[in-house]
Design a protein around this ligand. Structure first.
Ligand code: SF4
Length: 262
């Protein structure tokens, strides 16, 4: 992997595990540039491994296209929960063929999955919040932690206008939970911008996006949305009064991380 030289005087600080607000600020200074330039700046500024986690949603497909078009040294990883839509697995294979890459998958631990199912049942997530959070923890949160272990930065497809919970998502922020920089190059893009970009560039997208599914997660926990609903209303729709998050983007206190600097 190419390793960018640190800025003068930053060598020791860049090795610290404490929040590195100077680097976060430097990255946020690029907020006026295009997503491709933001990604290039991240690659130049970060000295260590960068991980992009894709769930093959339209934002992630746009980012996959940008990363691979720019030939950036960024690891592509997906969390295979075992409960994804068949169309998502199809798109995964199609994306690998289209770009000639392998996308590394991280899976839930087998013993944890066996415990989960014996405790709550196959579809226990419908019956209680505890069961739902336990399922997301085993199938998503813990595999994500393994995928990000040792990385300096994490690229995500978050956009601020996806939901109220995400409206303050910045370009770069310190992620205290995973001890790395969380970077969302599409943070200020609208849904329409992402769609236009993918159409113009011929980026393959999930067929469910044209069937009322703007946000696609696990099959049993995602439904099509109604007119007027926000993009994430179809996720865990039975938890009507809860924020629509699975835990991947929450801090140690269970809140969505919003701050721009460390
Ligand atoms: S989204 Fe549903 S099936 Fe997927 S990990 Fe969470 S509770 Fe389990």
């Amino acid at each position: 992997m190419d390793v960018a030289l640190p800025l003068q005087g930053e060598t020791e600080e860049l090795h610290e595990t404490a929040p590195r607000s100077h680097l976060v600020n430097r990255l946020n200074d690029q907020a006026g540039t295009a997503p491709a330039a933001r990604l290039c700046e991240l690659r130049q500024a970060a000295r260590g491994r960068i991980v992009f986690t894709t769930s093959f949603g339209i934002e992630d497909q746009a980012l996959t296209h940008l990363i691979l078009s720019e030939a950036l040294e960024i690891d592509l990883v997906t969390i295979d929960t075992g409960r994804l839509f068949p169309s998502t697995y199809k798109l995964w294979a199609k994306t690998e063929r289209r770009y000639g890459v392998r996308i590394r998958s991280v899976h839930p631990r087998e013993d944890a999955l066996e415990d989960l199912i014996s405790r709550f049942g196959a579809d226990g997530f419908y019956r209680s919040k505890e069961a739902r959070l336990s399922c997301c923890d085993v199938r998503k949160v813990k595999p994500l932690a393994r995928a990000l272990k040792g990385a300096e930065a994490w690229v995500t497809g978050l956009r601020a206008d996806q939901s109220l919970e995400r409206e303050s998502v910045p370009l770069a922020q310190w992620d205290d939970r995973h001890c790395l920089i969380k970077f969302s190059p599409l943070f200020d893009w609208t849904r329409a911008q992402v769609e236009e970009f993918c159409a113009a560039e011929g980026v393959p997208i999930n067929e469910l996006h044209t069937q009322g599914y703007p946000s696609i997660g696990c099959e049993p926990c995602t439904r099509a949305i109604e007119a007027g609903e926000n993009e994430r209303a179809g996720r865990w729709w039975w938890e009507r009064d809860e924020a629509k998050e699975c835990g991947l983007h929450l801090d140690r206190t269970g809140k969505l991380v919003r701050s721009k600097a460390a």
